[in-house]
Write a protein that binds this ligand. Structure first.
Ligand code: ZN
Length: 205
């Protein structure tokens, strides 16, 4: 791509670092900004910088939050002994949208994936095991996507907590194998949490 302006080229180059944004899309977005008042770009830049510098992670569940303890964890009406284990904040949002779950979450921050160099210690697994060890947990619900990495992660956690007196379940698979949670429609996802099955029985199938 030949640019008539170094400033334009820099902006396009930075924008195209984002996932799913190629050079052409980046150029379209940048040209759109040039047609808008400069204040619009300022608002966007401010929002991004503020988000990046000030955002926090809940000290209990590791969900993205503006405060130390997220709104879900600090909500007195939620069942804090029922923990839904998810991969990232998008899964929390998807499950919250179903209004079918009244427990709390634990956000792992990814899945165990040896191919990508992600091991158990790169994820927030230890803090989950600690909650179980401290007897704070009645039930763990595994709600990771049913990919090989998701299954590996579930099984790893299951093995670590097997000796403790905690129920383990997995969301019912109205969600087909390989589907990412965030794409499941709300009704299907809501049902799959309500109709969750014991984790052991998911291993036999
Ligand atoms: Zn939290």
């Amino acid at each position: 791509m030949e640019f008539s302006s170094k400033l334009l080229e820099n902006a396009v180059s930075e924008m195209s670092q984002l996932p799913g944004i190629g050079k052409r899309t980046a150029l379209r977005l940048v040209l759109h900004m040039l047609k808008q008042p400069a204040s619009r770009t300022q608002l966007l830049a401010d929002a991004l910088v503020k988000m990046r510098t000030e955002v926090k992670f809940c000290k209990s569940c590791h969900n993205i939050s503006d405060v130390d303890l997220c709104e879900i964890c600090s909500n007195k009406s939620r069942a804090t002994d029922t923990i839904c284990v998810v991969e990232d904040v998008r899964d929390v949002m998807a499950i919250e949208n179903t209004s079918s779950f009244k427990g709390i979450y634990h956000v792992l921050g990814g899945k165990i994936s040896p191919m990508d160099g992600v091991g158990p210690h790169d994820l927030k697994i230890d803090s989950l095991i600690n909650k179980v060890k401290q007897g704070e947990v009645k039930e763990l619900i595994f709600a990771l996507s049913s990919t090989m990495e998701g299954d590996t992660t579930n099984f790893y956690i299951y093995k670590q907590i097997q000796e403790y007196n905690v129920l383990t379940s997995t969301i019912a698979r109205g969600i087909s194998v390989g589907d990412e949670l965030e794409y499941a429609d709300e009704i299907t996802l809501g049902r799959s949490i309500v109709n969750r099955i014991p984790f052991e029985s998911s291993l036999k199938s």
